[in-house]
Design a binder for this molecule. Structure first.
Ligand code: NAD
Ligand code: MG
Length: 395
C-alpha cells in the first residue's frame, strides 16, 4: 500500500508513550494521516485532550467504569464515545480503517491485535505481549488473511529495515545466518547483584536511554523485556532460538543487526527515539520525517558490546526456556510476569522476587499446544490467580 491517499488510523493505547510518539508524527503529516479512532484505558483527561486535538470519529475507553463520565465530558463534540473490549475489536475491523497501531501494554491487547489481522488490515505492532501470548494464532491469521505486520519495537523494526524490501513478516528471511538483538542492559547492568534486593520502582523506571511506560521500564531493568523480544523475534521472523542472539550495547545506538551468510552484517543506527521506528511503520517502508534528530557519531565514538549475564538477569533465561518448551509456555511466562511487575510497582514484593516468582510458576506449569483465544484467556485467569497467591505469600 502506498501513501497516495490519507490513511485512517486506529491508535490503540493512544494515551501511552507509544501513543504520544505516534501522534507526534501524525500531527506533522496531516496530508497523510487521519486519526480515525483512539483508545485509552483510564486516563480520561488525556483522552479528552486528544479528542479535542485530533477530532477522531471514535474515542474508546477500555475501562467501562469511565464510560458515562467520558460521554458527558465530550457531549459537545461530534466524536462517538465507546467503551470496552468488544467495541475496540469492532473498531479495528471497520472497512474505513487502513492501519491499526497496537500501543496497548500487556496481553489486554491480544484480542484487538488478532481482530486486526483476521480482518486483513495492516498492523503496526508495539504491543509485544500480544505476540508473546498468541504468536502462533496471530501469525497464522496474518498469513491466511494477507495482513501486513510491521514491527514497531525498535529492535524488530531495525531487523525489518535490514531485510530486503520484498520481505514479508512471518516468513523466514532468506540467506541469513542469525539476527542480533541489541539490549541497553537497563539501569542495573553495572549494579552489584547483591544490592538488587533494595531496588525501588522509581530506580527501576529510570531507564538510562529510553523514556517509556512503567511496565516496559521494569521489564528492561530485569531484562525480561529482552526475553519477550526474543519471543517476539521468534514469531515475527519465523526463526529458531539458535538464530536469535542478544548483545548488550549500553549506548543504544545500534538498534539490532542481521548477519547474512556471506559474512555481511547489516545494522540500523539512530537516536534512541521511538518516533524513528514508528515513522518507518506509518510510512509503510517509505521514509517520512519523524522529528527525531540525526545521530552524531563523532560524539558517540564508543560503541560497546557485551554478552548478556544470565545469572544476574534470570528472566532472560526464563524466556529462552519458554521458547524451547513451546506451546503455552510463552503465554504463561508473560501472564506471570505481568502480575509480578505490577506487584513490584505496588511495592508488594522486592525486585528480585519478580524473577523468583516467574520461575516458580514456570517450574509448576503444564504446557499445552496453543489452540485458540478462549484457551489463552482461561490460562491468563488461572496463571494470574496462582501468581497473585505467590505474591501474597512471598516473605
Ligand atoms: P504505557 O503504559 O505508556 O501506555 C500503555 C497504553 O495502554 C495506555 O494508552 C493505556 O491506557 C493502555 N492500557 C493499559 N492497560 C490497558 C488495558 N487493560 N486495556 C486496554 N488498554 C490498556 O506503555 P508504552 O510504553 O506506550 O508501551 C506500550 C506497548 O509498546 C508495550 O507492549 C511495550 O512493551 C511496547 N513498547 C513500548 C516502547 C516505548 O518506548 N514506550 C518501545 C517498544 C515497545
Ligand atoms: Mg525494544
Amino acid at each position: 500500500m502506498s501513501l497516495s491517499r490519507v490513511k485512517n488510523l486506529v491508535i490503540l493505547g493512544a494515551t501511552g508513550s507509544i501513543g504520544d510518539s505516534t501522534l507526534d508524527i501524525v500531527a506533522r503529516h496531516p496530508d497523510k494521516f487521519n486519526v480515525y479512532a483512539i483508545t485509552g484505558h483510564s486516563n480520561l483527561e488525556k483522552l479528552i485532550q486528544l479528542t479535542h486535538q485530533f477530532k477522531p470519529k471514535y474515542v474508546l475507553i477500555s475501562d467501562v467504569e469511565h464510560y458515562s463520565s467520558l460521554k458527558f465530558l465530550l457531549k459537545d463534540l461530534d466524536t462517538q464515545v465507546l467503551a470496552g473490549e468488544d467495541e475496540m475489536v469492532n473498531i479495528c475491523k471497520l472497512s474505513e480503517v487502513d492501519l491499526v497501531i497496537a500501543g496497548i501494554v500487556g496481553s489486554a491487547g491480544m484480542s484487538p491485535v488478532l481482530a486486526t489481522v483476521e480482518a486483513g488490515k495492516d498492523l503496526l505492532l508495539a504491543n509485544k505481549e500480544a505476540l508473546v501470548v498468541a504468536g502462533d494464532l496471530v501469525m497464522q491469521a496474518a498469513i491466511k488473511n494477507n495482513a501486513n505486520i510491521i514491527p514497531l519495537d525498535s529492535e524488530h523494526n531495525a531487523i525489518y529495515q535490514c531485510l530486503p524490501s520484498n520481505y514479508t513478516v512471518g516468513t523466514t528471511p532468506k540467506d541469513i545466518e542469525k539476527i542480533i538483538l541489541t539490549a541497553s542492559g537497563g539501569p542495573f547492568w553495572n549494579r552489584k547483584a547483591e544490592t538488587f534486593q533494595e531496588i525501588t520502582p522509581e530506580q527501576a523506571c529510570a531507564h538510562p536511554n529510553w523514556d517509556m511506560g512503567r511496565k516496559i521500564s521494569v521489564d528492561s531493568a530485569t531484562l525480561m523485556n529482552k526475553g519477550l523480544e526474543i519471543i517476539e523475534a521468534h514469531w515475527l521472523f519465523n526463526l529458531e532460538l539458535c538464530k536469535i542472539d542478544v548483545h548488550v550495547h549500553p549506548q543504544s545506538i545500534i538498534h539490532s543487526m542481521v548477519c547474512y551468510k556471506d559474512g555481511s552484517v547489516l545494522a540500523q543506527l539512530g537516536e534512541p527515539d521511538m518516533r524513528i521506528p514508528i515513522a518507518y511503520g506509518l510510512g509503510l517502508r517509505e521514509r517520512i520525517s519523524s522529528g527525531a534528530n540525526l545521530i552524531d557519531l563523532l560524539n558517540n565514538k564508543d560503541l560497546q558490546f557485551f554478552p548478556p549475564d544470565y545469572q544476574k538477569f534470570p528472566c532472560l533465561q526464563l524466556a529462552r526456556d519458554a521458547v524451547e518448551q513451546g506451546g503455552t509456555a510463552m503465554a504463561i511466562l508473560n501472564f506471570a510476569n505481568e502480575v509480578t511487575v505490577e506487584a513490584f510497582l505496588n511495592k508488594q514484593i522486592p525486585f528480585t522476587a519478580i524473577a523468583q516468582i516467574n520461575e516458580h510458576i514456570m517450574t509448576k506449569a503444564i504446557i499445552n499446544k496453543v489452540e485458540n483465544v478462549q484457551q489463552l484467556q482461561f490460562l491468563d485467569k488461572e496463571t494470574r490467580i496462582q501468581t497473585c497467591q505467590m505474591v501474597k505469600n512471598y516473605v
